[in-house]
Ligand binder design. Structure first.
Ligand code: FEO
Length: 462
């Protein structure tokens, strides 16, 4: 059933209270979620996005109760991921010739998922517009890598609504739809969890995109994302918050994470937490057992932290698999400006601390030399090293073994947002770049052939 948003704009999405996970089982959902689709009925009728595949029949049947589907003049697909496009096959079976407006990358996404069905695609770029009557128009704004190459936002003039798709969303079911009606604690909690676990890898792009968005000087009265609450009360609050979160965010917090076999490593974890509180009473300290806590919630706490301590006992010359998997996810999220320390017990060879330090460095953390490496259970003597470790974690001199990466014309360069690697030996022939062209000699307007971002978002690699 439609819900009124503003003037001739309605919400026609799906609120899913029973959803427990997202992206398969990778992202935990604790407070439901929604897939927001919107119906605009000016002189032209426009559908902006759809809902996830399992709800496609329900979506199309509900839409039929609201309008004659043949009245839809345009479909806007802001993003191809199936939580927004999953109902397109069922919908387009009813209105096969209706134009679908989306980015060129989105065409690839939709055809990759649903096959070449002969849909009437109209590809758009930033600044392209679509008149919808009554003096109003839609303006398209590419949102590359926020969080996919095909992502796009659509701005509606007159009503001044930004349909932002995934950006500014939250996995949070809000029956009243609007941010001013939502539980403010849950809204903030789900927004920061969403940012941390889905958007933080692209934080540097977010800053640029916000600048670009604000430079358009578009009045924004409503931000209507594709998940969670619609921002109508002070809608720019979430834009301002994103600008803060995207800038190497940290609070005065230390998070201690560990897994343990026989409680020795757990004892060190809690000794570190207690010492942080002793040395810096105002610092927030949180402790999590990786094997028993939600990984997305822990990552949100890491995002808030200025430093972390990570512990694992030594197992088979390495670390526990729970910690190894968690560290892999930590690396993916590309946190910046955070310190880290390692600790763990061992019974004979004791490699865990070294492995933890290597992986933390690999994840971009500034790893301090101090560590707690305990032969069997920690003793008073072992724990005597905790105060110095904590002191350095809180602000002492960090390990300077993290070297600045030297730039060489022979080096390959990696796209931060999507991981594409530019190899000078290969060049980029599809873009007219001959083999042998160093990265530094690429034209200023050259962009990543995979996701389309600019050169300045590449980093040199060995
Ligand atoms: Fe909400 Fe990228 O899908």
């Amino acid at each position: 059933m439609r819900r009124h948003i503003k003037n001739n704009v309605s919400w026609v999405g799906k609120i899913d209270w029973e959803l427990e996970t997202f992206h398969g089982d990778d992202y935990s959902i604790n407070n439901g979620s929604s897939q927001n689709a919107y119906l605009v009925e000016e002189e032209k009728t426009v559908l902006i996005d759809t809902v996830w595949t399992p709800h496609s029949t329900e979506f199309v049947e509900n839409l039929k109760k609201e309008i004659n589907l043949k009245k839809i003049d345009y479909v806007i697909a802001n993003h191809g991921e199936c939580d927004h496009s999953g109902s397109l096959p069922a919908l387009m079976a009813e209105i096969p010739n209706t134009p679908i407006y989306c980015t060129a990358q989105c065409v690839k996404s939709l055809e990759g998922q649903y096959g070449k069905r002969g849909w009437n695609f109209h590809t758009v770029k930033t600044g392209d517009t679509l008149e919808i009557g009554n003096g109003k128009k839609l303006i398209f704004i590419e949102m590359k890598m926020l969080h996919w190459p095909d992502s796009m936002a659509t701005y509606m003039t007159g009503d001044n609504i930004l349909f932002s798709n995934d950006a500014f969303g939250q996995h949070y079911a809000v029956d009243e739809l609007f941010n001013d009606k939502a539980n403010q604690c849950l809204l903030y909690r789900e927004a920061i969890k969403y940012f941390t676990n889905i958007l933080n890898p692209f934080a540097n792009l977010i800053t640029k995109k916000i600048d670009e968005l604000l430079a358009l000087n578009l009045p924004i009265e409503i931000i209507a994302p594709s998940h969670g609450a619609i921002w109508r009360e002070d809608p720019l609050q979430i834009v301002r918050q994103y600008a803060v979160w995207a800038n190497a965010y940290q609070e005065d917090q230390i998070t201690v994470v560990y897994d343990t076999m026989w409680e020795g490593t757990a004892k060190i974890a809690h000794a570190i937490a207690e010492e942080v509180k002793r040395q810096s009473p105002s610092t927030v300290v949180k402790v999590f057992n990786i094997a028993k806590s939600d990984k997305d919630d822990i990552m949100t706490e890491v995002f808030r932290s200025r430093a972390i301590a990570v512990g694992s006992p030594t197992v088979s010359n390495s670390i526990l698999s729970s910690v190894a998997g968690w560290l892999e996810f930590l690396k993916q999220l590309k946190f910046k400006n955070k310190r880290a320390a390692a600790f763990g017990c061992y019974g004979w060879s004791g490699e865990s601390v070294k492995v933890l330090q290597e992986r933390l460095r690999d994840a971009g953390f500034e790893v301090i030399d101090d560590n707690i490496r305990s032969f069997w259970n920690p003793t008073d003597e072992t724990l005597a090293a905790v105060p110095e470790l904590v002191g350095n974690l809180l602000g002492g001199k960090a390990d300077d073994s993290v070297e600045e990466t030297a730039v060489s014309p022979l080096r390959k360069w990696k796209c931060g947002p999507c991981g594409y690697i530019y190899d000078p030996a290969v060049g980029d022939p599809d873009s007219g770049i001959a083999p042998g062209t160093p990265f530094e000699q690429l034209p200023d307007d050259w962009s990543c052939p995979t996701c389309g971002v600019s050169k300045d978002l590449f980093s040199p690699i060995d």
